[in-house]
Design a protein around this ligand. Structure first.
Ligand code: MD5
Ligand code: FE
Length: 203
């Protein structure tokens, strides 16, 4: 059953399992319109995670900084639409975690090829920091790092598997977090990749 990771952070093991194949098909359709890319960050390096987006805005980064943009800077076109089934899944999970009025306007799609990682950070680029973030893990497993409100706070390691959903809200919304280098067995449905959907109210 559900596991509390914090006062307002819940892990729902396998919550998206029955929809996983459909979600991976939807991701392939979105990637055909807005391919994942390893974005540059202000320090000049490139992220190891390939990023795309769906919905009214997309998270983007370049040497000037991070921002949400209504257009994909690579194509100059709007990001692909957020599928209705994705929104329903995110709202179902948010309701289970105690957030009954959740209206995310976008989904960030992270692609971790084997060897990719995401360093410890906070998600604070969104306008509405009251709204929770819903995260759906697909494909290869990963070890999630769940810290505190200060970078120096101790970090807990949480394994995340194909089909797992996590909701982060309220007092847990601004915790530092990251993903250790993805390694291990390829997944039957995704190959040597981990995909993560994160639903946000960005605008
Ligand atoms: C991932 N993505 O597995 C994670 C899932 C990102 C990112 O971190 O920024 O793309 S979202 C995990 C998350 C979001 C908001 C708050 C907290 C965790 N938290 O308080 O631990 O690719
Ligand atoms: Fe994050």
């Amino acid at each position: 059953g559900p596991e509390a990771l914090g006062p307002q952070a819940w892990l729902f093991p396998g919550f998206a399992l029955s929809q996983a194949e459909r979600l991976l098909q939807d991701i392939a359709s979105i990637h055909a319109l807005a391919p994942p890319r390893c974005m540059q960050v202000p320090g000049g390096k490139h992220m190891s995670v390939g990023i795309s987006n769906a919905g009214m805005a997309g998270w983007t980064s370049d040497t000037r900084g991070y921002r949400y943009s209504t257009l994909d800077p690579s194509s100059g076109k709007p990001w692909p639409a957020l599928p209705d089934n994705w929104l329903a899944l995110a709202q179902d999970a948010a309701r289970m975690a105690g957030f009954p009025h959740y209206h995310p306007d976008m989904c960030l799609i992270n692609e971790y090829q084997a060897g990719a990682r995401m360093g410890l950070h906070q998600d604070r680029d969104e306008q509405d920091l009251q709204a929770p973030i819903v995260s759906v893990s697909l494909g290869m497993s990963a070890t999630f790092q769940f810290g505190g409100l200060r970078r120096s706070d101790p970090v807990r390691r949480v394994p995340l598997h194909h089909g797992d959903v996590v909701v982060w809200g309220g007092v847990d919304r601004l915790r530092y977090h990251g993903v250790l280098t993805v390694r291990g067995e390829p997944h039957a449905l995704s190959g040597a990749r981990r995909l993560n959907l994160t639903f946000r109210k960005a605008l």
